[in-house]
Design a protein around this ligand. Structure first.
Ligand code: ADP
Ligand code: MG
Length: 600
């Protein structure tokens, strides 16, 4: 058992899914048939066995009264809150239960509670996850509609706990969807509308990002509006066209299944043939439906979502929400082209379709679960550079170009020059790490940039680092005199550093901070001294006679101090830096004289 792992569950009215973050990415787990969607259906068979998911859907036509679907509508609600329509809409019997609750009864002495049915579905998902992962799981994040009451949330949690899943968090479905769309990584100024049209319910939620977290600011919906209503409208039309009356329970269930199949097929095809072999006794039926016909049947149902949206929009506006920046579609029924067209037309906003509408909620649950168990850190790390990137410069120093924790994509550059005269090329050594000295960092790659030999400082080499969204670092070095480019591509290593190495590098840089800093100052001061001393000597030779003796003495004194420190065994970086500074000060007049002489 992996005690730390947390799975994410979308416990839907019609379909349920389970996901997890694996190697930094959220994925939906498939069952042994390769299916990722599990119908939220449970059959309590006459023989005492219990079937869940697709098997229960197959049994629905044989044992409609013993097959429980859409149980989510009943969870955590008191019996006397149910409308007659809700009580009568199912093929199974809904009865009052103990302490005001609900019972689903199959016969005189066999009934179950909505929690028990939900537990069966959750247990099924748990087993799907365990089979896919190869070990037991015991913790989960479970999503619920934003409008769910406290009691509905608590009951959902109890259903999971009954099958050995500790619920680490109950997450709102629209929030989960927004997470899946990655909307939490954009800026703070956003208002997201989530249009969720599933099998039995419709919800429109408006979320606003506040301090990096989504808050549901308004929600409106209809718990009796969804794909099932579309199926019913289509089934009724088929029945009329076939001219058959008085459908039995199993006939009407078969017809609805055929209608649903047609509806789903017509989301991506223009026509579909419905076949109902031996529908009634020996009579078989066949008829063709077009997308156009079906759209006309669905239009009134789709239209009902419009005023609900307007209600949520108005409420959000009242609460001072800024205008909608993203509209996302969730739920299997949003695959219907008509639904997409209507939304665009009504609200003049193009929906973001980058995610699977039926999987977005489960993916979001998996992401939340991954965050809670620390598995998403890798994903988040992809968004920032875990360590600084730079190149080695004069004296073996690390010159940082893209600092640690920069968000990617990132681009930065600097201009470098030759440190010594007549150098023919410059080695660009690409480094990663937090240490001051190049040798203590990691070498990622190296390129040699050739240039025409010249005086010190005559060459100009521009170095640009660019990290793209995939973490690929491209180092471009350009000889600005010739325009010649050299490109070095470093895959992954710039971003893909395991956590322990990053921690080690950072802690070493802290441990060595004092020594490192001292060494950097020493190296820089050393280079400065080596530049200053010969320059002072040659200036004295050229224009020294124009200076008073005492000034020459003080210059020589300052230069001697620098020399002593340079040659000393104790590398006193600060003292050398101060000595350089003093020598600089002492040679002010000398430098001015040198400039004057140059102009004469
Ligand atoms: P829920 O959130 O209620 O569990 P889902 O998001 O899984 O529901 O949506 C299920 C509904 O989506 C069903 O009514 C199903 O018929 C419908 N659906 C799934 N795929 C399609 C499709 N391609 N075209 C039209 N409807 C679809
Ligand atoms: Mg759903």
């Amino acid at each position: 058992m992996n005690e730390k792992l947390i799975i994410g569950i979308d416990l839907g009215t019609t379909n349920s899914l389970v996901g997890v973050v694996d190697s930094g990415f959220p994925i939906i787990l498939a069952d042994s048939d390769g299916e990722r969607l599990t119908p939220s259906v449970v059959t309590y068979r006459g023989n005492g066995l219990i079937a869940t998911g697709r098997e229960a859907v197959r049994l629905q036509q044989l044992e409609p009264e013993r097959t429980v679907s859409s149980v989510k509508r009943f969870i955590g609600r008191p019996y006397d809150h149910l409308s007659t329509e809700e009580i009568e809409s199912s093929d199974y019997t809904v009865q009052p239960g103990p302490s005001g609750g609900i019972r689903i009864a199959f016969d005189e002495d066999h009934s179950v509670s909505p929690v028990e049915v939900s537990s069966e579905i959750l247990d099924h998902l748990k087993r799907v996850a365990e089979a896919a992962l190869g070990h037991e799981v015991s913790r989960a994040v479970v999503t619920v509609p934003a409008y769910f009451s406290n009691s509905q949330r608590e009951t959902t949690k109890a259903a999971a706990e009954a099958v050995g899943l500790t619920v680490e968090r109950i997450l709102n479905e629209p929030t989960a969807a927004a997470l899946a769309y990655g909307l939490d990584k954009l800026d703070d100024e956003q208002t997201v509308a989530v249009y969720d049209l599933g099998g039995g319910t419709f919800d429109l939620s408006i979320l606003q990002m506040k301090e990096g977290l989504f808050e549901v600011i308004s929600t409106a919906g209809d718990t009796q509006l969804g794909g099932d209503d579309l199926d019913l409208a289509i089934a009724t039309a088929i029945q009329e066209r076939l001219g058959i009356d008085n459908l039995s329970t199993s006939e009407s269930s078969r017809l609805r299944a055929a209608a649903r199949e047609a509806k789903e097929a017509l989301s991506s095809a223009n026509t579909h043939t419905i076949r109902l072999p031996f529908f009634r006794d020996t009579e078989s039926f066949e008829l063709e439906l077009s997308q156009h016909e079906v759209e006309a049947l669905m239009q009134p149902v789709v239209d009902r979502t419009r005023s609900i949206c307007q209600r949520a929009f108005a409420e959000a506006e009242n609460k001072g929400a800024s205008s909608i920046t993203h509209l996302i579609l969730v739920g299997g029924s949003t695959r219907i082209p008509l639904v997409r067209r209507c939304i665009e037309e009504w609200f003049e906003i193009t929906p973001n379709l980058s995610q699977h509408p039926d999987e977005a909620v489960a993916l979001g649950a998996a992401i939340q679960a991954g965050i809670l168990c620390g598995r998403v850190r890798e994903v988040l790390l992809v968004d920032v550079t875990p360590l600084s990137l730079g190149i080695e410069t004069f004296g073996g120093l690390m010159n940082v170009i893209i600092p640690r924790n920069s968000t990617i994509p990132a681009k930065a550059g600097e201009l470098f020059t030759n440190a010594v005269a007549n150098q023919e090329s410059m080695a660009i050594r690409v480094l990663q790490g937090e240490r001051e000295m190049a040798r203590d960092n990691w070498l990622l790659g190296e390129i040699d940039v050739p240039f025409t030999p010249g005086q010190k400082g005559s060459a100009r080499v521009g170095v640009q680092f660019a990290i793209d969204q995939n973490g690929i670092l491209e180092v471009l070095s350009r000889n600005t005199a010739t325009g010649e480019d050299h490109v070095l591509e470093i895959r992954n290593s710039a971003i893909d550093v395991d956590d322990t190495s990053v921690e080690r590098m950072v802690s070493e840089s802290i441990d060595h901070a004092f020594d490192d800093m001292n060494e950097r100052i020493w190296t820089e001061a050393h280079m400065k001294s080596e530049e200053l001393l010969p320059a002072v000597d040659s200036a004295l030779e050229l224009v020294g006679d124009k200076l008073p003796d005492d000034e020459i003495d003080s210059i020589r004194e300052a230069a001697a101090r620098v020399k002593t420190l340079l040659e000393s065994d104790v590398r006193d970086a600060i003292a050398l830096k101060q000595a350089n500074h003093a020598l600089d000060e002492a040679t002010q007049t000398l430098a001015a004289l040198l400039v004057e002489a140059a102009f004469e």
